[in-house]
Design a protein around this ligand. Structure first.
Ligand code: HEM
Length: 110
């Protein structure tokens, strides 16, 4: 819960509860466990063993999904980003998004 509280502390973060991924664009963020205001992978001896893989896979998977499909919400539904309380961040309502292929060659989806 320490991590949960620090990452939502308004004396450290501007509008901590706002979904604002752009906040990470301005400067270089050190998530290697040396910045005690920001440690999404933990720190010290139990720091995440998969940082190097996560750095590559998160970017690659997300980029592939955005590049390969147009995404929309089911008809009549609005995006709801509210969270459940817990150690791991979970959405209150599961995300349902509909992909439409956007690449010209269907062979690229095989
Ligand atoms: C964005 C993706 C990821 C995030 C945010 C993340 C975050 C974390 C966090 C917060 C911990 C706990 C650190 C602590 O106890 O202080 C952890 C532990 C761990 N993570 Fe990750 N992780 C990610 C991806 C991965 C991947 C891809 C792997 C493996 C391929 C991995 C393997 C591990 C292992 C083995 C531990 C336990 C380390 C230990 O207790 O000695 N993680 N991770």
């Amino acid at each position: 819960m320490r991590t949960w509280a620090i990452h939502r502390d308004p004396s450290i973060w501007e509008n901590p509860l706002e979904f604002d991924p752009e906040r990470f664009l301005n400067s270089k963020w050190d998530y290697s466990g040396n910045d005690f205001n920001y440690f999404p992978f933990g720190f010290s001896r139990r720091i995440c063993a998969g940082i190097a893989m996560a750095e590559r896979m998160v970017m690659h998977s997300l980029a592939t999904l955005v590049h390969s499909f147009d995404w929309k919400m089911p008809q009549g539904q609005k995006l709801d980003l509210s969270e459940k309380f817990g150690v791991v961040l979970k959405k209150k309502l599961p995300l349902v998004a509909i992909p439409t292929p956007r690449l010209s060659d269907p062979a690229l989806y095989e």
